[in-house]
Design a protein around this ligand. Structure first.
Ligand code: SAM
Length: 285
């Protein structure tokens, strides 16, 4: 830990960097965490790694040593100078100075996969203020990627890796489960960063499924139903979906629930993804 602490402090001092809270800058100084991220991403010379928010380059350095190519996307101009100074000599290093939410990741991946670089993977210690939009983008853009290994806030991580129907289930749990198999890699104490964040962190891995967890002609309908159900999660599913006009009326709702063997008073968090898929199939009839 001491080495990375010293290195980070030295770089910050040399370039006059103060962590920018608005950009979610918490720089990793725990070597064990860095190595676990590299290991769980299973980085090889056949991989294209897209690193979101490289910051001062702590993860980037280890990624460059292990991957075929590393493309970093960083919003903060000050970091770009540092990263170019540190890694400009690596032939497998590329940097894009932009907001990751605005970048066409599909294009980048298509342009960089070839006979030597066969798989694309996402690796990041994410800026926590936009965790959900970033993860939703990575999934909804239907990128040709193998896996996503990210450090995020523990509380969010628990929702993302929950099995649908478990106690931490939220609408996003279903989205993750639809696209990925997910798992916890490790919990990360606040002391692993400069400056220390106010929340505990967790590294998680999401491995993209070859086929989504449920088969539907129009998954958008199912996601609309899930969103409506969780918007009023304290109500029964019957009431929230009737209010949201997913069910034309209560009677229709009752009939659908009965047909699907779901209790009349079931709530949003009790359902499995397959249950939502079945409701979507009934609605679409
Ligand atoms: N990877 C570094 C590390 O582990 O020490 C820094 C991680 S820090 C938690 C998040 C990084 O994301 C910061 O460098 C920040 O400038 C960058 N960032 C914030 N918003 C961004 C955005 N919209 N697009 C790209 N990078 C962003």
């Amino acid at each position: 830990m001491r080495d990375l602490f010293d290195e980070t402090k030295t770089i910050m001092k040399k370039y006059g960097i103060k962590a920018n809270k608005d950009l979610g800058q918490n720089f990793l100084i725990n070597n064990e965490v860095v190595e676990n991220i590299i290991k769980s991403s299973d980085v090889s010379k056949e991989d294209l790694i897209i690193e979101i928010g490289p910051g001062l380059g702590t993860l980037t350095k280890r990624l460059l040593e292990n991957a075929g190519k590393v493309i970093c996307i960083e919003l903060d101009k000050k970091m770009i100078k540092i990263l170019n100074d540190r890694f400009g000599d690596y032939s497998n290093f590329e940097i894009i100075n932009d907001d990751v939410l605005k970048v066409d990741l599909n294009k980048i991946i298509k342009e960089n996969l070839n006979n030597n670089i066969k798989k694309a993977k996402i690796v990041a210690n994410l800026p926590y203020y936009i965790t959900t939009p970033i993860i939703m983008k990575l999934l909804e853009d239907k990128l040709d990627i193998d896996s996503i290994v990210v450090m995020i806030q523990k509380e969010v991580a628990e929702r993302l890796i929950e099995t649908p129907g478990g106690k931490n289930t939220g609408a996003i749990t279903h989205t993750i489960f639809y696209y990925c198999e997910s798992e916890k890699v490790m919990e990360v104490p606040n002391s692993s960063f400069i400056p220390e964040p106010e929340v505990t962190s967790e590294v998680i891995k999401m491995k993209l499924r070859k086929k989504p967890a449920v088969e539907l002609d129009n998954p958008k309908v199912m996601f609309m139903i899930i969103k409506s159900a969780f918007m009023q999660r304290r109500k029964t599913l019957l009431n929230s979906l009737t209010n949201a006009q997913v069910f034309t009326n209560k009677q229709e709702g009752l009939e659908i629930l009965k047909k699907l063997n779901l209790e009349e008073n079931v709530r949003a968090e009790n359902l499995k993804l397959e249950d939502y898929a079945n409701i979507a199939r009934e609605i679409e009839k």
